[in-house]
Design a binder for this molecule. Structure first.
Ligand code: NAG
Ligand code: NAG
Ligand code: NAG
Ligand code: NAG
Length: 452
């Protein structure tokens, strides 16, 4: 059995009935239309944030629809502040304005960042604003726990190369590892052959109670996964030749670091995903009663860029872009192209759009600019809507309406609070929140893609 868990699907928490129109979906065979040219990480078309981190040039209207991606920078991301975090609805592509962009509810607690998943939500995802083209990345984290609750620390490229750590909340002694080339699972020729994209690192001391340091060392020749400095798994490029496609099925393109908590056990997910995640999520668990949400704890993320003078893997310029739809390492250009949009109406081919007063907002009515929905920028009517990542067969539409007392139009944080009221600890942790009115009704992309 081969299973791939890609953060592909998206769901808008409860708002689908209010905001009717879903963004068009995109795939290799179905590129985005000209008016919504950018294919997001979750395979939906739009402008603005759809054209920034995660934009897949192969599925977008044209190769240059996506905005070039900021190059790697060596950095220690201390997770003791949220000052360096922006909701994706507030980020225009300048990595000097934010280290992380995301959706959901990250909170500061006790000197760490908690990624939280309140009842019936789809959790929280953060991605670095800069990309790594090979290199080392490590995260000190404590996982979440509970059936159906998944914590992830991954590298994910715009063409869907992926290197993962994933933790399911019913097994607190195992780090599951995966890698994918362009999101293609290694199916081998027989179902009898075990999926070798995946591998487990076992016998860890309780991953919920203890910080461990999870590391990915990625070079053009191999991937190493290390826990607390000890190599737990190695995958060599030389083992990944695909004779059908005549290429290495090995991750090779600039990737963002993504950290997340998400509901693998959401009722609406595919059965295989729910089983993998350890069963359906219990929204009345002790964890929810005690804290008001499930959570994973991050204390530090460190990125060391790959050091080389010639491609692949350079970090000399300002940004990376792709010059060919193949999406392989030799099609990545380390360039000096700018990365910043003037507004969330912009795209890679019109980066200044909306920057002056000439743009009639009505013109973009119905065009989405924040994947997954989010608090919509005031100037874009109709944004922020969408629902389930219906493409990809995934069940990203994990959270189904549960906004009972909420005005689904407002996407306000209060909406979330009312949902979790009565939790004594919620207030304590909530007090540290620095995110003002970021969207509760937000979503993350998530998905269990199941291949049997
Ligand atoms: C090889 O590549 C083809 C085309 O992308 C893909 O369909 C197939 O599953 C791959 N084979 C293996 C063993 O990964
Ligand atoms: C990894 O461990 C999980 C249980 O935590 C198991 O379901 C899965 O099959 C294992 N994967 C591999 C590749 O051994
Ligand atoms: C980079 O791409 C070239 C051309 O497709 C290929 O020969 C080379 O093996 C690739 N290197 C890696 C690390 O994938
Ligand atoms: C845009 O409009 C605002 C207020 O209506 C005005 O202050 C500003 O000068 C205008 N900017 C441009 C570039 O026209």
């Amino acid at each position: 059995m081969v299973r791939s868990l890609l953060p592909l699907g998206v769901a808008l928490f409860g708002a689908a009935s209010v905001l009717a129109q879903n963004p068009p979906t995109c795939s290799l065979d179905k590129k985005c239309p000209e008016e919504a040219p950018c294919c997001s990480q979750y395979n939906q078309c739009g402008v603005g944030a759809f054209c920034l981190g995660g934009c897949d040039p192969r599925m977008s209207f044209s190769l240059d629809s996506c905005v070039p991606a900021p190059v790697c920078e060596d950095k220690v991301y201390k997770m003791n502040t949220l000052d360096n975090y922006k909701d994706i609805s507030e980020y225009l592509g300048d990595p000097d304005t934010a280290d992380w962009v995301g959706q959901g509810e990250p909170l500061l607690y006790d000197g760490n960042v908690l990624l939280t998943m309140p009842p019936k939500s789809v959790g929280t995802v953060l991605a670095t604003t800069r990309y790594m083209w090979y290199g080392n990345v490590k995260a000190k984290l404590k996982t979440s726990r509970g059936a159906g609750v998944v914590t992830a620390f991954i590298l994910f490229s715009d063409v869907k190369d992926e290197i993962d750590y994933e933790f399911v909340g019913v097994d607190l002694e195992t780090a599951q590892t995966n890698y994918y080339f362009q999101g293609i699972p290694n199916c081998a020729d027989s179902v009898a052959i075990q999926d070798d994209n995946s591998g487990n690192i076992t016998d860890l001391s309780n991953t919920y109670d203890n910080f461990h340091e999870y590391e990915i060392q990625w070079t053009p020749d191999e991937i190493k996964w290390l826990v607390d400095g000890k190599v737990g798994r190695t995958k060599k490029r030389s083992e990944t030749w695909n004779e059908t496609s005549n290429q290495w099925a090995f991750p090779q393109t600039p990737s963002r670091v993504q950290i997340s908590i998400w509901p693998g056990g959401a009722e609406t997910n595919a059965e295989g995903t729910i089983n993998w995640a350890g069963g359906k999520i219990d929204w009345n668990s002790d964890e929810i009663k005690n804290f008001g949400y499930y959570f994973a704890t991050f204390s530090e993320v460190t990125v060391e860029c790959y050091k080389t003078n010639s491609p692949p893997g350079t970090n000399k310029g300002v940004s990376y872009y792709y010059n060919n739809i193949a999406g392989t390492n030799d099609t990545v250009v380390d360039s000096n192209k700018p990365t910043v949009l003037k507004s969330l109406l912009g795209t890679g081919t019109d980066m200044d759009k909306g920057g002056d007063n000439s743009t009639d907002a009505a013109e973009t009515s119905g065009v989405h600019n924040v994947p997954g929905g989010s608090s919509s920028p005031a100037n874009v009517p109709g944004s922020g809507s969408n629902s389930g990542g219906s493409d990809s067969g995934s069940s990203g539409s994990s959270s189904s309406g549960s906004t009972q007392s909420c005005d689904t139009k407002s996407f306000s944080q209060n909406c979330g609070s009312s949902g979790t009221s009565g939790n004594s600890n919620d207030g304590v942790r909530g007090a540290d929140r620095t995110l003002g009115a970021s969207a509760f009704a937000v979503i993350i992309g998530i998905a269990g893609l199941l291949f049997l």
